[in-house]
Design a protein around this ligand. Structure first.
Ligand SMILES: [Zn+2]
Length: 282
């Protein structure tokens, strides 16, 4: 799934290419892609694109009256569409402009979970208190170590789950949760209630470092990377050597995703059993 760096760099590319272009219409290719009924997309017709921004993992395609809030989910992409064919492959919706290429929302696979919300702006700004953005916690890049520490104390979750929970902190996903825990030298299964102020400071620094590296890579690209493309220290490196200590990167696999970690750096050398019922995890 695209995470903060991928969405941010994509927003920057799209803003550069599409700002000022006048929207002619939004064409949904099925009933489920548009998640809102009011205001209708035509509120933006005839208006130039102001900018493309980001909140958490959402793209914000902003016109003066309304913003189209787009979540790509796992397999979604918002692509520059030169052809504008009648039945685009995996097409879910299309933003057609007065001239030049369109923007095509595609989603690979059959899940059909990517979506578009059309929300009315307040004084030209995207409201953050309307669905779906109202459910998000603070953005990963704006949260301070003290705020993170307060959230750690108020919850008692495994840190890997906390980092992926968009209500707690917005923008990180499975890859960055792995990378952040490794950089902070914290077990992915550590309970947030026990990390304390020093743990919050380490995690906060690691978030910024991992996001900065992800952004630097993503900004070298002309399109959005897939998960396998993204360079990481533990992500996608199970069985390889830890660049920090030389130990072997290990993993615990859940349905659909893998928690990758370095035993020496993160768990005092302990190799975690590869299932969720290990007594070590309780
Ligand atoms: Zn290591």
């Amino acid at each position: 799934m695209p995470e903060l760096p991928e969405v941010q760099a994509h927003a920057e590319r799209l803003a550069e290419q599409f700002a000022g272009r006048v929207l002619r219409r939004f064409v949904p290719f099925n009933f489920t892609v548009l998640k809102t009924a009011v205001p209708p997309p035509d509120a933006a017709y005839g208006w130039p694109l102001v900018d493309v921004g980001r909140r958490g993992k959402y793209l914000l395609v902003r016109f003066e009256p309304v913003t189209f809030v787009i979540h790509l989910m796992q397999g979604g992409r918002l692509l520059v569409d030169d052809k504008q064919s009648a039945k685009p492959r995996n097409g879910r919706g299309r933003f057609v402009f007065d001239d030049g290429p369109a923007l095509l929302l595609t989603e690979a696979g059959t899940e059909r979970r990517a979506g578009v919300w059309c929300v009315a702006n307040a004084s030209g700004r995207t409201p953050l208190d309307a669905p779906p953005l109202d459910r998000l916690g603070p953005d990963a890049l704006t949260l301070t170590a003290a705020e993170l520490g307060a959230r750690f104390a108020a919850t008692n979750m495994r840190i890997h789950g906390f980092l992926r929970d968009q209500h707690q902190i917005a923008g990180l996903g499975r890859m960055l949760a792995n990378e952040v825990c490794h950089r902070a030298q914290v077990s992915p299964f550590a309970m947030t209630g026990k990390l304390g102020g020093a743990g919050a400071a380490a995690i906060n620094s690691a978030i910024h470092a991992a996001v900065d590296d992800g952004l630097a890579y993503e900004r070298t690209r002309s399109d959005m990377s897939s998960s396998a493309d993204r360079p990481g220290r533990v992500h996608g490196r199970v069985g390889a050597t830890c660049e920090v200590c030389g130990d072997t990167i290990r993993s615990v696999t859940y349905s659909g995703y893998t928690v990758a970690y370095c035993p020496t750096c993160q768990t005092g050398g302990k190799v975690l059993a590869d299932n969720t019922t290990s007594k070590f995890l309780k």
